[in-house]
Structures are given as structure tokens and as C-alpha cells.
Design a protein. Structure first.
Length: 490
């Protein structure tokens, strides 16, 4: 009994100055930054070694990337009365709030994090409904509860969240934070729970239906960044924002007009038939179609997987694919015409049952990539022999889903910009922004910040823009007008 009284008094005495009340219609959360760690990055991607990178829809592609071991920006919140503090990733790619529970008895991972103790909170309400949230190749599970959540000086009353009581292959023990605070839409939330930002607005804690994100790129600064609910801080960007309508009620998903390597004023045709981009603050990387990431690897001299199967398809069928495209054949029927794919493109099956032992990509998939690469080269009026030689080189630069594409740190200054085009405006990333550099002892290790993930049409082609992009561009999430805005970060 004595121990319980001491614990209760300790929680009541916990200083709450960082969660002081506010009356100006905005809530400001300072983000902290953990340095990228090579071991965490390896852990984040180790489960991908034996998985393909093709996904049926946007949701499964985002879940595939959600390991959080690579996340470096986090902030503090508190749950309950008196407040129990937790460090969380503010994740625009998911919609639920969850933290480890004191009822997590059988997962050793929970004992390495702060745990929510419901009986210590006078504002706790039991819901009891169970749920599980998928991440990467596993999931966390638990039961839903209600309690007050303190964020950036305001208190969201009776917010529904998940008390995590266990995990399956999620590696929670390695996660450098306690939990996740989802900033996505209610349509994508497990249990159809209203997101925290939605309740902020309903309860009058913010005056405007908007939040904005600034990630500090100054590695010497103690401030990692800031998320501001209810307003936009003009100190954190230059010029005006370019706004793009949100195209999906579940995610911060917007139309991407184009993507280009080397120039910042035109699209090279990667998205001629339409692409989508999901804005995801819960991952450090940028994910895109294998066809594009392979060309990035080639352009920047990054190492990759050498695929003999890919080279064989180029050698045996490259010229015929070229001739079919020149003749005016619909590109999406070329591989079926050559009997390398089924005529039912939605199934993405090949006449070959075996898969590449190196990257598990079927002959059909290689054919489709080669079709895409040849299309791009045709737009640039390149000669046939030169194009086929270039594509054969691309077969040596395929992304490794379970590892990293290393680059020479000494050549970063010579690498090309890589641009995303929204609303006919280019948003370039410079080499120092898209190449991740880690110091290990006296040595520097550099690798490409782009990873491969494939979502076929009509959901794709899909890009997932993580912290590499968001660090370069101050981002406004305007849920009142259902749009996302970008401006050059200050």
C-alpha cells in the first residue's frame, strides 16, 4: 500500500510546465532529433529481404514501410491525469495513437519503454474493444481506452487510443520511441477512431483546421523541428506555398505530375499516365517505383543488385519490345504480346513460375520495367542500340529491398538534383538532401535515400515522400480545405 501511495504522489508531483495551457488557438510541439543509426536502419529493412516490393494498394505499401527504426524526429505528449509522458513519432502516414500499456505482461519489448498505467489516471475510461495495427511485416495489438491527452500546451479530452499489450514480429524493443501519434484521416484509422487533430478542432483547441511541419536540417541545432497545430509559422519557410488537393480520404495523398533526374524544369515522363504521392512523416526515406529508383541508382553511381534474368530479357526481347513500341502498340500490352505476361495485367503473372533468387522479381515484372525504360528513352529520341545498352546497365542497379545502395561520399557534390513536380512546379532535392551520410568511427558511409516499392494502377504508380523530402520543404496539412502545401524550408 505504501508503494502505491508513493507512486501516486510522484505522478501528481510530476512537473507539467511543458504542457501549460494556451489560449491563442494554436498548439506548438518542439520535435527532437535522434541521429540516424546504421543498426536501426538495418533492423528496419531486414524483414524486407524475403519479401517482394509489389503491393496491391496504397495502404499495403505504406504498411510495408512502417518499421519506424529509421525515424529520427519525435516529440513528447502526456496521457492521463496526472500526466504520464511518452515520446512519440508524429506520423502523417497513419491515423491511430498508441502507446505501450502496463498490461503488456508477455512482451519483453514493453519493459524497455514508458507504459501507460490506467489505474493511476482519474480521467481514464475503459472501452475494452480490441484492435491491432499492422506495421512492416508484423503488428501491435491491444485494447482501446479513453483519456485526456496533453499536446503542445493543450489538453484533448477523452481521446481514444490503443493500449498496446503485445506485438507480433514488430521489433518494438528496437524502436527508439514509445509510441506513434497518427496524423492521417479517420477513414484509415483502425477501429474508425477519430484522430487527435480532429478532436483538437472539435474541442476548440485550435482556431484553424490546419497543422504544419518543419524539420530542422541544421545538424548542430538542439531543436529537431516543430509541428504546429492551428497555424503556420512564417519563420520556417521562404516564399509562398504551392497547394495540391488531397485525392484520398484515408491518407495525405496527392497527384504527382512528374519526376525528373538531373534537371528541375521538366518531367522526364515517369508520370505521363499519372502518379500519386503520399506525404509520410513516419519514415525517413523516399519510396518510389522500382523503374525510377533503379534509374536513380544508375545516375548517382549507387551499387545495386545485378540481375542476370533482367539482362537476359533485355538481350532476348529488348529489340522486339522496341519495335513493338515504335509500331504504336499500347505499351501495357507489349509483354503479353511477347507471352512474357498474362493478358490479364492485373494479375502480374508470368509464364515462368520461377523467380529470381536475387530479388524475387518475375520475368513479367522485368519486361514491364524494360517497357517503361524504353518509353522514357523514346521520348528523348535516343538511338536503339544506345538505349538497349543503357537498359542492360540498369539491370545492374536494381534496388535491394533488404539493404542499402551505397554511394561514394567524395562524389556527392557531383551528383544531379532529383525533382518532384507538383502543379507544374519543380521541387528539387539536392544531393546533400537525398544522400544519407553516417559517420562510423573515422569513416563516412553514404547511401541513397530512395527505396523501391511498387503499387500497380489504378492505385499507383506510387511515391511515398518521407523526411528526406519534408526536411527540404515546409509542409502544410490543410484539412479544412483538403489540401497539402509545400514551400522551401528556412
Amino acid at each position: 500500500m505504501k508503494l502505491l501511495i508513493i507512486l501516486a504522489l510522484w505522478f501528481w508531483a510530476w512537473p507539467c510546465s511543458s504542457f501549460a495551457g494556451t489560449s491563442d488557438g494554436l498548439l506548438r510541439i518542439e520535435l527532437k532529433k535522434k541521429p540516424l543509426n546504421l543498426k536501426r536502419i538495418n533492423a528496419a529493412r531486414i524483414n524486407a529481404r524475403n519479401q517482394g516490393t509489389t503491393h496491391d494498394d496504397v495502404r499495403s505499401a505504406i504498411v510495408y514501410l512502417k518499421n519506424y527504426m529509421d525515424s529520427v524526429y519525435y516529440g513528447e505528449i502526456a496521457i492521463g491525469t496526472p500526466p504520464q509522458k511518452f515520446s512519440v513519432v508524429f506520423d502523417s502516414g497513419s491515423s491511430n495513437l498508441w502507446v505501450p500499456s502496463s498490461k503488456c505482461f508477455f512482451s519483453i519489448s514493453c519493459y524497455f519503454h514508458s507504459r501507460y498505467i490506467s489505474w493511476l489516471s482519474s480521467t481514464y475510461t475503459k472501452i475494452g474493444k480490441t484492435g491491432k495495427i499492422p506495421y512492416g511485416s508484423g503488428y501491435i495489438f491491444g485494447s482501446f481506452s479513453q483519456d485526456n491527452v496533453e499536446v503542445g500546451g493543450g489538453v484533448v479530452k477523452q481521446q481514444v487510443f490503443l493500449e498496446a499489450t503485445g506485438e507480433r514480429s514488430f521489433d518494438l524493443i528496437l524502436m527508439p520511441f514509445d509510441g506513434i501519434l497518427g496524423l492521417g484521416f479517420q477513414d484509415a484509422s483502425v477501429g474508425h477512431v477519430a484522430p487527435l487533430w480532429y478532436n483538437m478542432l472539435l474541442q476548440g483547441l485550435v482556431s484553424k483546421p490546419v497543422f504544419s511541419l518543419w524539420l530542422n536540417q541544421d545538424s548542430m541545432s538542439p531543436i529537431g523541428g516543430e509541428i504546429l497545430f492551428g497555424s503556420i509559422d512564417e519563420r520556417h519557410f521562404h516564399g509562398g506555398h504551392t497547394y495540391i488537393p488531397v485525392a484520398n480520404n484515408g491518407y495525405w495523398q496527392i497527384a504527382l505530375d512528374g519526376f525528373d533526374i538531373g534537371t528541375a524544369n521538366k518531367s522526364a515522363g515517369y508520370c505521363s499516365d499519372g502518379c500519386v504521392a503520399v506525404i509520410d512523416s513516419g519514415t525517413s526515406f523516399i519510396a518510389g517505383p522500382t523503374t525510377a529508383v533503379t534509374q536513380i541508382n544508375h545516375a548517382i553511381g549507387a551499387n545495386g543488385i545485378v540481375s542476370v534474368e533482367c539482362k537476359h530479357v533485355v538481350l532476348d526481347y529488348g529489340g522486339r519490345i522496341w519495335d513493338l513500341l515504335i509500331s504504336g502498340l499500347e505499351p501495357n500490352t507489349a509483354c503479353a504480346k511477347l507471352k512474357l505476361c498474362s493478358s490479364d495485367q492485373s494479375k502480374h503473372t508470368s509464364k515462368y513460375e520461377e523467380k529470381s533468387s536475387a530479388n524475387h522479381t518475375s520475368i513479367c515484372n522485368f519486361c514491364e520495367m524494360i517497357v517503361s525504360w524504353i518509353q522514357i528513352q523514346l521520348r528523348e529520341l535516343k538511338a536503339k542500340d544506345n538505349v538497349l545498352a543503357y537498359i542492360s546497365e540498369l539491370c545492374e542497379k536494381l534496388p535491394n529491398p533488404g539493404g542499402k545502395s551505397f554511394v561514394d561520399c567524395d562524389k556527392i557534390g557531383t551528383l544531379p538534383p532529383i525533382s518532384f513536380i507538383f502543379r507544374n512546379k519543380a521541387f528539387p532535392l539536392m544531393p546533400k538532401q537525398y544522400i544519407l551520410k553516417l559517420q562510423k568511427g573515422g569513416l563516412a558511409i553514404c547511401f541513397n535515400g530512395f527505396v523501391a516499392v511498387d503499387v500497380p494502377s489504378p492505385e499507383g504508380p506510387l511515391w511515398i515522400l518521407g523526411d528526406i523530402f519534408l526536411g527540404a520543404y515546409h509542409t502544410v496539412f490543410d484539412f479544412g480545405n483538403h489540401r497539402v502545401g509545400f514551400a522551401k524550408a528556412a
